[in-house]
Ligand binder design. Structure first.
Ligand code: PMP
Length: 351
């Protein structure tokens, strides 16, 4: 044990929303896409398979070219990583020394705190307002990194571009990381702001909009001077051939993305209305999940358990300000009908 760093011994590992053992489970707890990926992904992976005897392109150049073209940046301003989680880790590895501070928002994506802990970085939280908006007074102090998911997780809130600018301008000496994991559903991105701000970085994932959570591909956008440094530190072959080929094919099939996100958004709106009709407070979502508030911790816990008995998995955070809230990912219309039905019964039981 003495050889293990004390910050590692002290930390708690990240606990992702659980996987389902029963194939009949309606799994609405990890914000995955319920639709299969574009058929062009399977085709691209199939042909890449015959080249598995060769190492992959360490630079993921073809994928990055496609991403650069799509998002209007240069190839040097985008890097490809093994899930966006690898990109998030690189910020800590490259920007922070032990004892430095990073800042996030509460409630928020908790993996940033895990990454901070494993790198011996202090992680400070700024509270969002009661409606999960950015507070008027931001105090990022001398943080090296600031993380904001937009659309936000777990709330689904979309922060307007003006808020993001305010945040970036509040910390000219730190790097502001906008995590756009769910931006395929909002259609809004701050990638063009890279022109205005050298201290901005944007992270995207293929796990949500592109339905490729199992392939593990993410993208990071920042100025060339920053990414040049990051490129030195990442795993040399961080993306295998199949991941590179699949992600590029997904990126090029824009019609698939348009159609699938439109379906998810329509189901989200219908489900949000259904949840509100049952008397819950529903927060506006620009994402592929819905965050809603029950009458208290006990009711939330009972609803969570009751849905689980019906084989429907949602997420309950059991956490200070949001322990009375539940988060449900948007599945197919059939999934959402089963969820709404289960929720209505669960509420009756809990009342
Ligand atoms: N950022 C946010 C806000 C997320 O919710 C998630 C997925 N849980 C990620 C990043 C990580 O995504 P990936 O699968 O690309 O590692």
């Amino acid at each position: 044990m003495a050889t293990i760093r004390s910050c590692v011994r002290k930390m708690t590992g990240y606990v992702p929303g659980g996987s389902a053992k029963d194939p009949r489970t309606i799994k609405l707890n990890q914000n995955e896409n319920r639709y299969p990926p574009s058929p062009q992904v399977a085709e691209a992976i199939q042909s890449a398979m015959m080249q598995l005897n060769r190492y992959p392109d360490s630079a993921s150049l073809s994928l990055r070219r496609a991403a650069a073209e799509m998002y209007g940046v240069t190839v040097e301003e985008v890097m490809a990583t093994n899930g966006s989680d690898e990109m998030l880790l690189l910020f800590f590895r490259c920007c922070c020394s032990p004892g430095d501070e990073a800042v996030g928002f509460y409630p928020g994506y908790t993996y940033y705190a895990t990454l901070a802990a494993m790198n011996d970085v202090r992680y400070r939280l700024i509270e969002l307002t009661d409606e999960f908006r950015l507070p008027k007074r931001l105090n990022p102090g001398d943080a090296k990194l600031v993380f904001l998911a937009n659309p936000h997780a777990p709330t689904g809130t979309l922060f307007p571009e003006g808020d993001v600018r305010r945040l970036i301008e509040s910390i000219p000496d730190g790097l502001v990381v906008i995590d756009e994991a769910y931006a395929d559903f909002s259609g809004a991105t701050v990638i063009p702001l890279l022109r205005d701000y050298p201290n901005l970085a944007v992270v995207r994932t293929f796990s949500k909009g592109y339905a490729l959570a199992g392939l593990r591909v993410g993208l990071g956008f920042a100025r060339k001077e920053i990414l040049e440094q990051f490129e030195k530190v990442r795993d040399f072959y961080n993306l295998d051939r199949l991941a590179q080929a699949g992600a590029e094919a997904a990126l090029r099939d824009r019609e698939w993305l348009r159609k699938t996100t439109a379906k998810v958004i329509a189901s989200r709106e219908r489900t949000a209305e259904g949840i509100a009709r049952l008397g819950f407070k529903v927060y506006a979502s620009a994402s592929n999940f819905i965050f809603f508030r029950s009458s208290g911790d006990v009711e939330a816990e009972r609803i969570f358990a009751s849905l689980l008995r019906r084989n429907i998995m949602v997420r309950h955070f059991r956490d200070r300000k949001v322990s009375d809230c539940l988060r449900v990912s948007v599945g197919t219309d059939d999934d959402m009908d089963a969820f709404l039905d289960g929720l209505a019964r669960a509420k009756e039981e809990a009342d």
